[in-house]
Unconditional design. Structure first.
Lengths: 433, 81, 373
């Protein structure tokens, strides 16, 4: 059996969203041999994902996208797309997989730009067809799903809600409303901090303007979704009143949480669910950096800056990285303010009922879970987290509901084809019968 | 005129715009996507290969995450349904 | 602070400890069962849950056969979540030498009333179409079964509790001279302290000839119908034999979900991290026997530690170094299978009754010098 491809490089960048692209370009332009991998077929991650209706223009109100993507194509980095990092073979070698087989990539430095995923919280009916994560619905629409004429309700929390609603509206959806659980008391101070970053504030106002005909409400959250074979109605509350809205699709997500599985595989220290990094974006593991949302959700500009800092630091160009520190630090402050503004409120813990499914892969309801006292217990006795999502969805939900931590991750960090993990014995196998 | 890709979804021939993902193609061409382990109806949620609710059998290979697969000419897709 | 005197204290609620506690409680003993983690969360949760008659030695054969019968009797009372399936084991032969081994095993098992059937190459192909066709046939042991062990351990623990056993959720620091010391300062007393702490048993009873033997497992996504029986290569016994080298052997199990559980590996290694080299060898071996496993999706891998003794038999009975300590440990890869028999043997021993099978081969004293405190 063939051993699979072996590659080596100076800098391995995992993730081709804005942070990874910035890291890759900075490292390559500094003269390093760079390999960039991403599990999507095109670079850009989620925020710069091109729409199939408009493939030349990545979706962004931001001219940066086109210019960064140009620099990426022009630089010397080798791109391996539709390629997923699945395990750490050692501190200096990552195992990846694509449709052709397995790839072992040896490196001197690794920059992990693994991005974030949406926090999905369970409530009755959340598993109905046509209930999507906001970014998820946006991605599906960009990859061909028509929404023209569909009544879409957007709920949950976070800046993504407005952006997604505006996008869907531009594709012909009827936005029935945008309901963010964040309260005005928290949003207003956050909006004040954006005065220092007027571009962000302007974007938000532009979205709001484009959505003028749809109600935008703060301090409301979903309590249930219902329908026979698919979604028909969503009920929301503000703690005092409730309202029920008929719709075809619900885009509901509660902001973003960092993807840190690869960082865990490297045994990087994590704090509050994100990689702990120093001023150079270095993690606790020698030679491993973490940038962008994986080091703490903070948006596009922060991702670009952190990517550059790491790209320079990994190639001995600290002098080029240092000038970026003040802007990075300022953006980090805004990111922290954003986290506080959109923090999910305690009432969201009371939405689950006894028979509400929490583990979607294995159909484990809340009633079976609440008696346990750790994620490990819950997993072993109820199968929660034993499915293919490897506890990504239910683990994040349970961490919010109960405080349970997910614990050590074993490889592979995504399901892989068995052949990817095969290693032939080194010596002649005397112990074979 | 955008390029079209001819594929089969649950036996029915379907024309899809080139570049579309299999998940989008399934959602466009039929109601019902897949069932959970206890038979509940489910569909794609996260759109980025995390939730695994978009799985279908593609060209004979089961358990494929269709939100990350681009449609190809001649592709044969079978859902649970 | 003394929290009580018991007829028997069982340390460890893995499958062996839980079985012991249930048995002693049913005998009317005042039992305390102590574990800091919960029922069946170490080797019990990591292993394959295979209930199998094995004939590495006459003593192993007798013990596994006895215990398997006990499992078959118990199976009706297990809940569906214990996933008990009497799927049988197929010992597959890769060459003519192994084919002879099939004949030998068949004769031995038949002599001892364990129903078996020899399958030809073609019959094997019909029963398990995913096996590569060049195999030389197999021995089918119909009465072998599989189950989901942590739930079984949990059931046995609840059984013990329903017969009056006290379950204590606490860490044990030391045992000896009739005393069990807990981490929180509490003390329990008994003239019968059963060390059923598996891979941790030597920490509680220094000098115990038990070593950790690391194993790897991998599990696929759901492929219903891919596999119907537990299938094991005859070379498995050689792997379980070697006392020093790292080894792998083909050993796969169908789970009720349609997932395929893939083993097995053995290393004397106390770390818990997945070892990619040996995992890779184990999977390579699996694909040699079932080629289409190569394209199945692996969703999880993990490790566990078996409690291994020098002669591959468990330690059941009094510990010569301390007359208040009794052992129920060292079951290596047969803990699930032999847990019930272990409990019965100790029960009979405690009540002075004749054991169903001779207990001598498993008595800790058999290992002579090495096991005096």
């Amino acid at each position: 059996m063939s051993k699979g491809i072996e590659l080596d490089c100076d800098v391995l960048v995992v993730g081709a969203g804005p942070a990874g692209i910035a890291a890759c370009v900075s490292a390559a332009e500094s003269g390093a041999r760079v390999i960039l991998i991403d599990d999507n077929p095109k670079p850009g991650g989620q925020i710069w994902r091109a729409s199939i209706q408009d493939p030349a223009n990545p979706k962004s109100h931001d001219n940066d996208a086109a210019s960064w993507l140009r620099r990426l194509q022009a630089c010397s980095a080798r791109q391996l797309l539709s390629t997923r990092a699945v395990a750490c073979l050692s501190e200096k070698c990552v195992l990846a997989e694509n449709e052709n087989g397995s790839i072992e990539i040896a490196f001197r430095h690794a920059i992990l730009a693994t991005g974030a995923r949406e926090l999905l919280l369970p409530f009755p009916g959340w598993t109905l067809p046509n209930v999507f994560a906001p970014g998820g619905l946006q991605a599906l629409v960009k990859s061909g799903l028509p929404v023209h004429g569909k009544r879409v309700l957007v709920a949950g929390t976070g800046p993504l809600l407005l952006a997604v609603a505006a996008f869907l509206k531009s594709k012909g959806a009827r936005i029935e409303g945008i309901y963010d659980q964040a309260s005005w008391r928290r949003i207003i101070p956050f909006a004040m901090t954006l005065i220092k970053r007027p571009t962000l504030l302007v974007s938000a106002l532009v979205y709001r303007a484009s959505l003028f005909s749809s109600p935008l409400r703060y301090g409301w959250w979903p309590v249930s979704a219902s329908g026979e074979d698919a979604l028909r109605l969503v009920t929301l509350t503000n703690g005092i009143q409730t309202k029920t809205i008929a719709c075809d699709m619900l885009a509901c997500g509660f902001h973003l949480i960092p993807n840190t599985e690869l960082q865990s595989a490297f045994a990087c220290k994590l704090v509050e669910g994100k990689a702990l990094v120093d001023e150079w974006q270095k993690t606790s593991v020698n030679g491993v950096f973490s940038v962008g949302e994986s080091a703490g959700v903070g948006g596009l500009d922060l991702a670009l800056i952190e990517g550059q800092i790491a790209g320079f630091a990994a190639t001995g160009k600290e002098a080029s990285a240092r000038p970026l520190f003040p802007k990075r630090d300022a953006l980090r402050k805004i990111a922290a303010a954003m986290d506080r503004a959109f923090a999910p409120r305690p009432e969201l813990r009371d939405l689950v009922q006894k028979d509400t499914i929490v583990c979607r892969c294995e159909d484990v309801p809340w009633g079976k879970l609440r008696q346990h006292h750790s994620m490990r217990h819950a997993r072993i006795y109820t199968r929660c987290g034993m499915g293919p999502c490897q506890g990504r969805v239910c683990g994040a939900a349970l961490n919010f509901l109960t405080g349970w931590e997910s614990g050590a991750k074993r490889p592979p960090i995504y399901p892989v084809q068995l052949s990817t993990l095969i290693r032939e014995p080194q010596a002649t196998p005397k112990e074979k019968p | 005129m955008p390029d079209l890709v001819k594929m089969t979804i649950d036996g029915a021939e379907v024309n899809v715009q080139a570049g579309a993902t299999v998940a989008a193609a399934i959602l466009m061409s039929r109601s019902g996507f897949r069932r959970s382990v206890h038979g509940e109806l489910r569909g794609p949620v996260c759109g980025m290969g995390i939730c695994f609710e978009c799985r279908a059998t593609v060209d004979g290979q089961p358990q494929q995450r269709t939100c990350q697969l681009h449609c190809k000419d001649g592709m044969v897709v079978n859902t649970d349904e | 602070m003394n929290v009580g005197t018991y007829d028997c204290i069982v340390v460890g609620s893995g499958i062996v400890g839980a079985a012991c506690a249930a048995s002693f409680a049913k005998d009317g003993m005042q039992v305390a069962l102590i574990d800091s983690l919960g029922a069946g969360l170490l080797a019990t949760a990591a292993g394959m849950g295979h209930i199998v008659v094995m004939d590495d030695s006459p003593a192993q054969f007798l013990l596994t056969k006895y215990s398997q019968n006990l499992w078959l009797s118990l199976s009706d009372r297990l809940p569906p979540t214990a996933e008990f399936q009497k799927c049988g084991t197929l010992w597959v032969a890769a060459d003519s030498e192994e084919r002879s081994e099939v004949e030998r095993k068949h004769a031995l098992y038949q002599d001892h009333d364990v129903p078996t059937q020899i399958l030809s190459k073609n019959e094997l192909a019909v029963l398990e179409p995913e096996l590569r066709p060049e195999l030389e046939g197999a021995l089918l042991v119909q009465s072998d079964a599989v189950l989901y062990a942590p739930i079984a351990a949990q059931c046995l623990t609840l059984d013990a509790a329903s017969h009056g056993a006290v379950i204590i959720d606490s860490e044990v620091i030391s045992i000896g001279q009739g005393v069990v010391n807990l981490r929180d300062g509490r003390i329990l007393q008994s003239q019968r302290i059963v060390n059923a702490a598996g891979e941790r048993s030597p920490q509680l009873t220094p000098g115990l000839p038990v070593k950790k033997r690391k194993g790897h497992l991998a599990i696929t996504d759901r492929y219903p119908g891919f596999l119907r029986h537990q299938v094991v290569e005859l070379g498995y016994l050689k792997s379980a034999h070697t006392l020093s080298a790292d080894s792998v052997a083909f050993n796969v199990q169908p789970r009720i979900t349609g997932q395929v559980l893939i083993g097995s590996s053995r290393q004397f290694d106390t770390t818990s991290e997945v070892d990619h080299a040996i995992l890779g060898r184990m999977l390579a071996r699996a694909v040699e026997y079932m080629p289409r496993l190569a394209s199945c999706s692996i969703i999880r891998t993990w490790t566990g530690h078996r409690a291994a003794t020098p002669d591959k038999l468990p330690l059941i009975g009094p510990w010569p170094g301390d007359e208040t300590i009794f052992l129920a440990t060292g079951h290596e890869g047969l803990g699930i299978t032999t847990s019930l028999a272990t409990a019965e043997l100790l029960s009979a021993f405690f009540s002075g009754q004749t054991t169903e099978i001779p207990i001598e081969p498993y008595l800790p004293a058999r290992l002579g010098e090495g096991c005096h405190a």
